[in-house]
Design a protein around this ligand. Structure first.
Ligand SMILES: [Zn+2]
Length: 128
């Protein structure tokens, strides 16, 4: 399943960013996905739930922002929204089209709490 690989990748980025920011628990994640990626958002959400289990992201809310496909014709300069996966200029029928959007796949923002936020007292559990 393609979605699983994608979510695994996002999860890796997410947890490393969280750790770098001393985040102990991730509460929400905002992901941006271009339609060209051909990903099923329900499957993304499902994979996220499964993979988040037992990690800092367990129980986090996942917001998925889908970005439509937009192209610019190299021949006539027209910019247009691409309705499907057939990328062709609606004005001059050229297929020489630069894609302006639709290929996005990244974490836009995420929110979380540090141990301090969670009210966890510093434990004296230093084992040396
Ligand atoms: Zn054109």
């Amino acid at each position: 399943m393609h979605e699983l690989t994608v979510v695994e990748g996002l999860m890796g980025i997410l947890t490393s960013h969280a750790k770098a920011n001393a985040i102990a628990r991730i509460t929400s994640v905002h992901v941006v996905i271009g339609r060209l990626r051909g990903l099923d958002r329900r499957q993304i959400a499902g994979c996220f739930e499964i993979l988040a289990e037992g990690t800092l992201a367990e129980g986090a809310r996942l917001d998925i922002e889908e970005i439509g496909i937009e192209g610019r014709c190299r021949d006539c300069g027209q910019t247009f929204a691409v309705p499907g996966f057939q990328i062709q200029c609606p004005t001059c029928s050229s297929v020489a089209v630069d894609l302006l959007s639709g290929q996005e796949l990244h974490i836009k923002t995420f929110e979380g709490k540090t141990l301090e936020d969670l009210g966890v007292e510093e434990s004296a559990a230093s084992t040396t």
